[in-house]
Design a protein around this ligand. Structure first.
Ligand code: SAM
Length: 431
């Protein structure tokens, strides 16, 4: 989501531009920018966010051209399957073959995959997920920025360290601080898309939040995702009219009984209605669930993946539950890294073509090799936290969050060098 390379506009028709990246054609909405064929643009998540001067675009493209194809080659080689990628488990072999041939896996097949215990077979599933990721999405990896504007929250989620019952010191960034932090992320570090996140009823009214979104949209060429919780259909409409085009809202678990246990006074259906309304309004949807929640079965996890897909998610966001010492779930264990990788790779197998799959910060907190392993198991999206350091540790949803003390510059440097070493381009070319 954040970085991208310039695209050439080939055609504009009824608000949709056909744009090309070194000859590869994509479609993008151009409601924010007036365009003509021959223009150069930056696009994100299927939206043109900025028109750029031809000389500037051509200079960037010249610098990128060889690198672009070289990275693709490295990725294609490392994602290819070879003769050792077989299993003596004939059912698994058959399931993986079906996934490779683009056949939708049944729930029983998905459960079989999640139940695998043998290490070689688990690795084979992950390698197949990586193969499918490369086949359908090539080497693009979006790197999106997240700005946590407030940790004030009215909800009392049983696992969350910033829930209303937590004693964490509360903060709410001022409008000027939000604009300054977003401006730095966009102008200095090149982010083209940002997620604004907060707790629910975060200390700003919906009108104030909409004004913040509108100011950012007026000042910067950026695609804005909101993640303010359940703001109601009217709130969603207001944010859309203010210029946001993406919604990050996890349903957390598809099991309604478990959902109600973990979210006192709340209903899963209400949350799902938000996601459905947002999709109907035209929002790009980022959603998913927690992995390893107390009481969730493998069947629940498979249902989570199916639900995410049925909600038309353009990005799957699945991360591990991590125990926070000040919550009711303090003494329950986090899932293992293998459990997380099992879900990420199964999501890729079940929805190969559709989705970007995020390597979440929670997963990076669980394992220092999360990015590497997640990217090699079907993942193709990562996050950079652009919240000012003075607030970062207060957004304490679970302890010792990955990148908690790193500057944006350090995170960007680290992310780009890792992606390069894997042959991944920090580019969102859309679909
Ligand atoms: N208010 C917004 C909402 O309701 O989606 C966004 C804020 S909420 C804190 C962001 C995400 O943090 C949630 O979707 C939840 O999955 C995750 N989260 C909270 N506590 C967590 C924990 N202990 N372990 C892992 N993830 C957690």
């Amino acid at each position: 989501m954040c970085y991208t390379i310039p695209a050439l506009v080939e055609d504009v028709n009824k608000g949709i531009a056909t744009i090309s990246y070194f000859g590869e054609r994509k479609q993008a909405f151009c409601e924010f920018v007036h365009l003509n064929p021959g223009d150069y643009v930056y696009a994100q998540g299927g939206y043109v966010v900025e028109k750029i001067l031809p000389a500037q675009a051509q200079k960037t493209l010249k610098a990128w051209k060889d690198v672009f194809f070289e990275l693709r080659k490295i990725d294609a080689v490392s994602a290819a399957l070879d003769s050792s990628d077989v299993s003596s488990d004939r059912l698994l072999q058959k399931i993986l073959e079906r996934a490779r041939n683009g056949i939708t896996l049944s729930k029983e097949e998905a459960l079989y995959i999640l139940g695998l215990k043998d290490e070689h077979n688990q690795l084979l599933v992950r390698r197949t997920a990586n193969y499918l990721r490369q086949q359908y999405h090539n080497n693009s990896c979006c790197v999106h920025g997240i700005l946590e504007i407030s940790n004030i929250c009215a909800r009392n989620c049983a696992y969350c360290g910033i829930s209303s019952s937590s004693c964490v010191k509360r903060y709410r960034m001022s409008c000027d601080e939000i604009i300054a932090a977003a401006g730095e992320a966009i102008n200095k570090f090149g982010f083209k898309s940002l997620v604004l996140q907060s707790g629910e009823e975060c200390g700003y009214s919906i009108d104030e939040l909409a004004n913040i979104v509108a100011s950012l949209k007026n000042k910067f060429p950026v695609l804005i995702f909101i993640s303010f919780g359940e703001i109601g259909v009217k709130g969603l409409r207001q944010m859309y009219d203010a210029g946001s085009r993406g919604l990050l809202l996890r349903f957390e678990t598809s099991n309604p009984v478990l959902y109600e246990k973990l979210h006192p006074g709340c209903k899963l259906n209400f949350r799902l209605d938000h996601l459905k309304a947002a999709y109907e309004m035209g929002y790009l949807i980022v959603t998913g669930g927690l992995i390893g929640l107390l009481g969730a079965s493998n069947e629940d996890l498979v249902n989570d993946i199916i639900l995410t897909s049925s909600l038309h998610a353009e990005m799957f966001s699945f991360g591990p539950f991590l125990p926070h010492p000040d919550t009711l779930l303090a003494n329950f264990p986090a899932p293992s890294e293998r459990d997380v990788l099992g879900v990420l790779s199964l999501a890729r197998l079940m929805c190969a073509e559709k989705a970007k799959i995020l390597i979440t910060t929670a997963y990076e907190t669980l394992s220092s090799s999360a990015r590497e392993n997640g990217l090699m198991s079907g993942g193709n999206s990562i996050m950079v936290n652009v919240t000012p350091l003075k607030y970062r540790s207060l957004y304490n949803i679970y302890p010792h969050r990955a990148h908690e003390n790193q500057t944006v510059a350090q995170q960007v440097r680290q992310a780009l060098s890792m992606l390069k070493s894997f042959g991944r381009g920090p580019t969102d070319l859309g679909s």
